[in-house]
Design a protein around this ligand. Structure first.
Ligand code: 13P
Ligand code: SF4
Length: 310
């Protein structure tokens, strides 16, 4: 890339020329969030992907999110700045093992968290995100037997909140399992008025201490609407960019991790850079594709989720 290029200007130009839209998750680097047409949580992003009239969707997020966009808009070109932007949670649930797991509970309905592969969605009855998981479980009859995967922490939280007995797949996100209860307690002692905001992918020991539990959009809204001026944020650090931008007079502390070498950045989300985003829009690659037979089955559980959350 020519170092004299202003990537913001170039990306804007290419976007217009190609009728492209940039959808970005809150865990993306600040520059990408700033150039995006829409920033949101997984539910918001899939709603946008379903309704956009752009010809090209540049998905600044991870692979399963771009796949979801492709499933919802199969006639559009869906680009991902770095094809290797995966997800440890999606990886923790290989489809061939999940198929066997499902077979051992034949009378159960399957709810999968959107953080999974398209192949897994094709084996699912209803998809959910962190912002509607409780609502989706509650939309089903009380005696309905349910398998919930792949995130055991979100699953346990939903089971607790709804009083339902969910059969959980044993998967987790590498970023949300690093937070230290002891270090958060110490940070709270130094900032006694700070509210702890946590994502439901965190372990129960962290969720028990939280003042608010919700999706990235939920966390952002809570911080904006709450009168407190200090917040400890137990989720991926990218969300702090928007929290700080929307609330310049409030203070946000990333929740400290267990291991001092660890950090709250998702290595998959952070594979995308402004440079890669520019190149993928310019070259219209890498493109995310999903086989037609998978799209045909995976679209139903995603549309069911969108209908329930409408
Ligand atoms: P939400 O933005 O839907 O809360 O998802 C968080 C996440 O882990 C995405 O990878
Ligand atoms: Fe996956 Fe966790 Fe990264 Fe989200 S933060 S993309 S769940 S590894």
């Amino acid at each position: 890339i020519d170092p004299t290029l202003d990537l913001f200007v170039e990306i804007e130009r290419l976007k217009k020329e190609k009728n492209a839209v940039i959808l970005a998750h809150y865990y993306q680097e600040g520059d990408i969030q700033d150039i995006a047409d829409y920033i949101g949580d997984s539910l918001g992003l899939s709603q946008q992907a379903a309704k956009t009239d752009a010809d090209i969707i540049v998905f600044a997020g991870v692979h399963f999110m771009a796949e979801t966009a492709k499933i919802l808009s199969p006639n559009k070109k869906v680009l991902l700045p770095d094809l290797k932007a995966g997800c440890s949670l999606a990886d923790s649930c290989p489809p061939h093992l999940f198929r066997k797991f499902k077979e051992s509970y034949p009378d159960h309905l399957v709810i999968t968290y959107v953080n999974c592969t398209a192949e897994l969605k094709a084996m699912t009855d209803i998809v959910c995100t962190s912002s509607n998981a409780i609502q989706i479980v509650e939309s089903l009859p009380k005696d309905q037997k349910i398998i919930f995967g792949p995130d055991k922490n979100l699953g346990a939280y939903v089971a607790k909140k709804t009083g339902r007995d969910l059969v959980l797949w044993n998967g987790a996100c590498m970023v949300h399992e690093i937070f230290s209860r002891e270090k958060i307690t110490k940070l709270k002692e130094r900032h006694p008025n700070a509210k702890l905001l946590a994502h439901p992918e965190c372990e129960d020991v962290i969720l028990q201490m939280a003042d608010y539990i919700g999706s990235t959009t939920g966390i952002l809204k809570y911080a904006t609407n709450n009168l407190a001026t200090e917040f400890i944020v137990a989720t991926e650090a990218g969300i702090l960019h928007q929290m700080q931008k929307d609330n310049p007079n409030k203070k946000f502390f990333p929740a400290p991790p267990n291991n001092t070498c660890a950090c709250n950045d998702c290595p998959h989300m952070k594979r995308n850079t402004l440079e890669k985003l520019y190149l993928c829009l310019k070259n219209e690659m890498p493109e995310v594709t999903v086989p037609e037979h998978i799209i045909a089955r995976a679209v139903k559980p995603i549309e069911r989720m969108l209908e329930i959350s409408a």
